[in-house]
Ligand binder design. Structure first.
Ligand code: TRP
Length: 336
């Protein structure tokens, strides 16, 4: 039987929020018990593609993201957590793959296209080679570990598709060496922001972080967008256009959701009471994560140890795959 290998990662540009949790962290925690090997990379090289002018930010967030992983229950005994830049084989593979991708194809990648449009301020009229090419480096991330399953949010699907194309192209030229990965998407689609924006994001200022305190959660929930036509407490509301109702569906029991919606529609429950209940449920759900975070924050040496061990193990694996790639590409000059 072919081994099931999971690999995924995040750019360390900020702490992770509940959008990340429902989008893929939850799946990763589940998958760590279901696959043969599990890798999670902290994508510092990728983070630099759109933060090359801010290395301090990337560096600082590497540990923050790792602590987020640990706090949601990623188990370092089961999952190899490593730093992308410390695996030079991945950079090497990126160079080899760059011959197998056209610029036009990269420019058509929907994820890259959207991101470029969002980053006008950084890139002006012309995007960097590194940013345009990050799908190639992501394909290297995935294939350097023979990964078959990639749990990611929906927005990442075009990157997995592009990786599959690179794999097929590579194999058709150099022989069947690489494995085609599959995206593993969550049932909950992308989580909307507190302001009703389709995306929850750091730069959008509409996110609830896994590490937010009870007070922060309260404050944020109180600011969430509700049915704008509901002005007085006993006006009848429409939960379908209310972000509070939307998050109740994620954090409250089915019964609570039904009650809250029925009372909103009847105008018998005001928004403040509804928000208080939601804030409490979110705070309760995130409490164990906050506690775990506090533990690791008090023991930074444990975080470092996890990263050092993980990176060592990851490097070993990437070297094995690299040897196969070089052989296939006739670059194994002195190995015969
Ligand atoms: N692109 C992902 C993000 O934006 C991070 C990432 C880098 C990744 N390499 C990966 C995800 C490999 C899955 C597999 O956060």
């Amino acid at each position: 039987m072919e081994k099931k290998i999971m690999l995924t990662g995040d750019r360390p540009t900020g702490r992770l929020h509940i959008g990340h949790y429902f989008g893929s962290l939850k799946n990763r925690v589940k998958m760590q018990d279901e696959v043969d090997e599990c890798y999670i990379l902290v994508a510092d090289v990728q983070a630099l593609t759109d933060n090359f002018n801010n290395p301090e930010k990337v560096r600082k967030n590497v540990r923050e993201v790792v602590i987020d992983y640990l706090s949601v229950g990623i188990d370092p005994e089961k999952v190899t957590i490593y730093i992308q830049s410390m695996i030079p084989e991945v950079a090497e593979l990126t160079v080899f793959y760059s011959n197998l991708v056209t610029i036009a194809r990269l420019e058509r990648n929907p994820t890259v296209k959207t991101e470029i449009a969002q980053k006008k301020e950084l890139f002006g009229e012309s995007v960097t080679y590194g940013f345009l090419g990050y799908p190639v480096s992501q394909a290297a991330d995935i294939t350097a570990f023979d990964a078959t399953i990639v749990p990611v949010g929906e927005d990442q699907q075009p990157l997995i598709e592009q990786c599959r194309e690179i794999v097929r192209k590579f194999n058709s030229i150099y022989g069947e060496v690489l494995r085609e990965p599959e995206a593993y998407l969550s049932e909950t689609k992308r989580i909307k922001g507190l302001d009703g924006n389709e995306k929850m994001g750091k730069s959008l200022g509409n996110a609830i972080y896994l590490s937010d305190s009870e007070e922060e959660i309260n404050k944020k929930v109180m600011s969430a967008v509700t049915d704008p036509s509901r002005i007085k407490k006993d006006d009848k509301g429409n939960p379908d256009i209310c972000m509070v109702a939307y998050y109740h569906n994620l954090f409250s029991t089915k019964e609570e959701c039904e009650n809250v919606c029925a009372e909103c529609k009847a105008g018998t429950r005001g928004c403040v009471a509804c928000k208080k209940q939601l804030a409490k449920n979110i705070a309760d759900t995130l409490k164990p994560m906050r506690e775990k975070r506090a533990y690791y924050e008090a023991h930074p040496e444990l975080v470092d140890e996890i990263l050092i061990k993980g990176t060592e193990k990851a490097r070993k694996k990437a070297k094995e795959v690299m040897a196969k790639v070089k052989k296939a590409m006739k670059l194994d000059y002195f190995d015969q």
